[in-house]
Design a protein around this ligand. Structure first.
Ligand code: C5P
Length: 281
């Protein structure tokens, strides 16, 4: 697992929101939601190498993003005990679409928290890491929870759900969606009826953020139309990615092969657990 430069590789998987209902709003402006968060087998890879000089160094921050604002660096700083000489070198192999609604940035941060919890021998509980993670973003606690879940609150209340293996075609319209911009839309539906976890099967669901995203980004509407011929296609998170369920990996591959080369698409399978699930108890 350790490369010639001493870096070890840690996968940071993506998620799909199989549905996303807005059921209310908190006083601080954050929206209360209900959603099923599903882990899938697409991932970024975070490379970490221990340091003993207390420094946290990002070796390839994204263009235009100061290292200090990078979510992986912020996650490491949040976890680093005061005055500690534990440090880390960070490199990220970014594969997940950004501004795509698949949770890439949140998953990168969660993977850093899980991996450093072990590398720095901190033994924080999963619940503690989830609470720390929430301050980095509403989706971070889910990735630390590490199991598919019915999610409530602003993204911090989790009920695990078991799902059989499922297959999806995911398309990435080439637009970067700003999550705050979608949540701020005055036309956002805010009154989806509340669902109980026991009633999930057979419930009529949708993504309440989809109408706003489609209005703002015609590219999303175009690719949704395209995908709709294969089933109940919808958006994940605040977009831009959209997905449709397929009966098998082979069927997903066949659909992808039939699409224009200019379309950025993936055939994915569900995961049961975050690959680093065991790094927190
Ligand atoms: O927490 P995160 O950085 O992922 O959220 C980005 C923005 O999306 C927030 O600043 C907020 O405007 C909006 N948001 C929201 N309700 C949520 C999650 C996010 O209003 N449950």
């Amino acid at each position: 697992m350790v490369d010639e430069q001493g870096f070890a590789a840690y996968p940071a998987p993506a998620k799909l929101n199989l549905f996303l209902h807005i059921v209310g709003r908190r006083q601080d402006g954050y929206h209360l939601l209900q959603s099923v968060f599903q882990l899938i087998d697409m991932h970024d890879t975070i490379y970490l190498r221990l340091r003993r000089d207390g420094q946290i160094v990002h070796h390839n921050p994204l263009p235009g993003v100061p290292a200090e604002l990078d979510l992986t660096v912020r996650a490491a700083r949040l976890l680093q005990p005061k005055g500690s000489d534990w440090g880390v070198d960070i490199r990220v192999d970014k594969r997940l679409p950004m501004g795509g609604g698949v949770g890439g940035g949140s998953s990168d941060a969660a993977t850093v928290l899980l991996a450093l919890n072990q590398l720095w021998q901190l033994q924080h509980s999963r619940v503690d890491l989830m609470a720390l993670g929430l301050s980095l973003g509403a989706d971070v606690p889910f990735f630390i929870f590490g199991q598919n879940a019915f999610v409530e609150g602003i993204g911090e209340i989790m009920t695990p759900i078991e799902t059989p293996p499922r297959y999806f075609v995911v398309l990435h319209p080439q637009v970067h969606v700003s999550t705050p911009e979608i949540f701020k839309d005055p036309l956002l539906t805010r009154n989806s009826p509340s669902i109980k976890v026991g009633d999930l099967e057979g419930a009529v669901t949708r993504n309440d953020l989809q109408a706003c995203a489609v209005r703002k980004y015609p590219e999303i509407a175009e690719q949704l139309n395209l995908l709709q011929q294969f089933g109940d296609a919808r958006m994940t998170g605040s977009g831009s990615c959209i997905f449709v369920e397929m009966p098998s990996q082979a069927a997903a591959n066949t659909v992808l092969c039939g699409l224009l080369e200019s379309i950025n698409g993936f055939a994915v399978q569900t995961l049961n657990r975050h690959p680093l699930y065991e790094y927190a108890k």
